[in-house]
Design a protein around this ligand. Sequence first.
Ligand SMILES: NC(=O)c1ccc[n+]([C@@H]2O[C@H](COP(=O)([O-])OP(=O)(O)OC[C@H]3O[C@@H](n4cnc5c(N)ncnc54)[C@H](OP(=O)(O)O)[C@@H]3O)[C@@H](O)[C@H]2O)c1
Length: 194
Amino acid sequence: MRKLTYFVACSIDGFIGAPDGDASSMFAFLDEEFLGYLAAQWPDTIPVQGREQLGLKGAENLHFDTVVQGRASYQLALDAGVTSPYGHLREYVASRSLGTSPDPNVTVIEEDLVGRIRELKAEEGELGIWLCGGSQVAGELLDEIDELVIKTYPQVYGAGMPMFGTGFAVTDFTLEDVRTFGNGVVVRTYARKR
Ligand SMILES: NC(=O)c1ccc[n+]([C@@H]2O[C@H](COP(=O)([O-])OP(=O)(O)OC[C@H]3O[C@@H](n4cnc5c(N)ncnc54)[C@H](OP(=O)(O)O)[C@@H]3O)[C@@H](O)[C@H]2O)c1
């Protein structure tokens, strides 16, 4: 079984963005040390424009060969004129409204999202599946998530878009790794307790 990993950025109080999803306040923490860490350890998660700037064009994928996004998250790329933000991965976008995929590298999942993710997890392969977000899709896929990698930025939002758009239910995880950075960012890795 391949792992489904929710690799996500959030505030101290667990919001992945403002109430409308805007997470631009977090960009201030992409300094040399933290960006260097992301480029070295998580190059797979850097979108096409960033990869060029960071000299990662053609870099090997270290964790993932597939990314899953909700349409609202993917819309940010479309609005910027990019139809394949993670062209170095197989891209899946959950959407009932998109219709035909705007890019040959992007597969639209219209029905049975959980079933499609289970099929992807059941494939053979060394690399895993990155659940990019957002909140709604992460909430629907919570039961399928095997690992959390949470980049916590030292900011309190007070309100905003939760990490999981779902109802109350306790799900246990085991802390596997913690990395701290000079600018106050903390990256925690948790494994799902099954
Ligand atoms: N901080 C971070 O690391 C991070 C990461 C990712 C995203 N974000 C933020 O998250 C925000 C978006 O999150 P969100 O919760 O609003 O939306 P989302 O989860 O990205 O996308 C929701 C959309 O996905 C589609 N969808 C959901 N469930 C589906 C299902 N079962 N089958 C088929 N399609 C399904 C629907 O698209 P249709 O309407 O087309 O049917 C739905 O409107 C963005 O603003 C982004 O900035 C933050």
